[in-house]
Design a protein. Structure first.
Length: 378
């Protein structure tokens, strides 16, 4: 482990196993190459246990600058040319910004404004892969691994983090996860708050509106229990609500310092009830914040979020926590550029996760090293 992580932190053009062996054992490259290949590709150590140990060391170091503020759900893609690497298929790749041949992994990170650390990481196994016995066997995918959607993987990671007693934060995620009503419901049921990106066509009940109560008046049979709508009681799209807001509803809010200047944009917020399929419910959903961003110079709003932060939360604080997702983008950038996160050339399930776990361990070492407590003064 030490040599692998040390090699990851060396200034190499590519951190696949062969260059790692050359830089950590220049007098015995072949033997070291075999040793590292076995360690990362076949050795039966547990990724979850390693990540837990890294978290035990690094999270307290992160918290020296303040408590954990957010749990950030996201995924990252690794472009691939062939068809044999585990989980590879044609799907959306964030690195490329388009559909292409790639692997995608889902992660959960703990974050403050100053630092963040992935604490869970798992490859998304597409359904065709999950059902292909020959490919599963070749990539050595364990029998316990079945098809799960990305939101299902994320929920499993959140539940595991909660069970492990990790310091809690607001669960942040983009619209790829925020549009999933079931995931939002489950996170609320866990007692956690969230800020979740949503699409412009997401249906909402504005303040003062809502579904009709169950129909009353039947004299026999079970009384109806489900909410109703009629021609006059219909939810509206988040975009329609945003476009109908008066000018005074919009405020320019600054949230953090960027590389060249402070970042600012124009926002509005409204108390709403999410309306998705609420005619299958017996009670209306609770009110939450709808946060909308409409930058100056744009012809229409560009981003929307649901947020279950308290009703009394300050407007600038709501924007600030919604925008904290940038931390995970910084994580992925540094993991890829500095530690070769996407450089693993093996094709198996175990090696894919072992390499990522060791990259995260090395990243945690670097984070902890920059946050050591100051020596006591005389």
């Amino acid at each position: 482990m030490r040599d692998y992580c040390l090699g990851l932190m060396m200034p190499l053009a590519r951190t696949s196993v062969e260059p790692l062996a050359a830089v950590t054992a220049p007098a015995a490259v072949a033997a070291k190459h075999r040793s590292l290949l076995h360690f990362v590709g076949n050795a039966p150590w547990l990724d979850a246990a390693m990540l837990a140990k890294v978290g035990d060391v690094v999270v307290p170091a992160i918290e020296r600058s303040g408590p954990i503020e957010a749990w950030i759900v996201d995924d990252t893609g690794f472009p691939k040319k062939g068809q044999h690497s585990v989980g590879v298929t044609r799907q959306y790749c964030g690195q490329l910004g388009k559909q292409d041949n790639c692997q995608v992994a889902v992660s959960l990170s703990l974050a403050t404004h100053d630092a963040s650390l992935p604490v869970a990481y798992r490859l998304y196994l597409p359904e065709d892969w999950a059902q292909d016995r020959a490919r599963r066997d070749k990539a050595k995918v364990a029998e316990t691994i079945s098809f799960q959607t990305k939101p299902e993987i994320a929920l499993e990671q959140i539940k595991a983090a909660r069970a492990a007693g990790l310091p809690e934060g607001v669960v942040l995620r983009d619209a790829g996860y925020g549009n999933d009503t079931g995931l939002r419901t489950e996170i609320t049921a866990l007692g956690l708050r969230y800020v979740a990106g949503i699409g412009p066509n997401t249906s909402v009940w504005p303040s003062g509106a809502g579904p009709l109560p169950p129909q009353r008046g039947r004299r026999s049979g079970r009384p109806p229990k489900l909410l109703r709508r009629d021609g006059e009681h219909q939810p509206i799209a988040a975009k329609a609500l945003a476009l109908g807001l008066p000018a005074e509803a919009w405020q320019t809010i600054t949230w953090r310092e960027g590389s060249a200047d402070w970042l600012a944009s124009r926002f509005a917020r409204q108390r709403v009830r999410p309306a998705h399929r609420d005619t299958k419910l017996s009670e209306p959903r609770a009110k939450e914040w709808l946060l909308i961003e409409w930058p100056h110079g744009e012809t229409k709003p560009t981003k929307y979020w649901f947020a279950t932060l308290p009703q009394e939360v300050a407007f600038d604080q709501l924007v600030d926590i919604a925008k904290l997702r940038w931390r995970i983008e910084r994580d992925y950038q540094e993991l890829n550029q500095e530690l070769g996160f996407g450089d693993y050339e093996g094709r198996g399930w175990r090696g894919f996760h072992h390499h990522a776990t060791l990259c995260i361990a090395a990243y945690g070492f670097l984070i902890a090293g920059t946050r050591r407590p100051s020596p006591p003064r005389d």
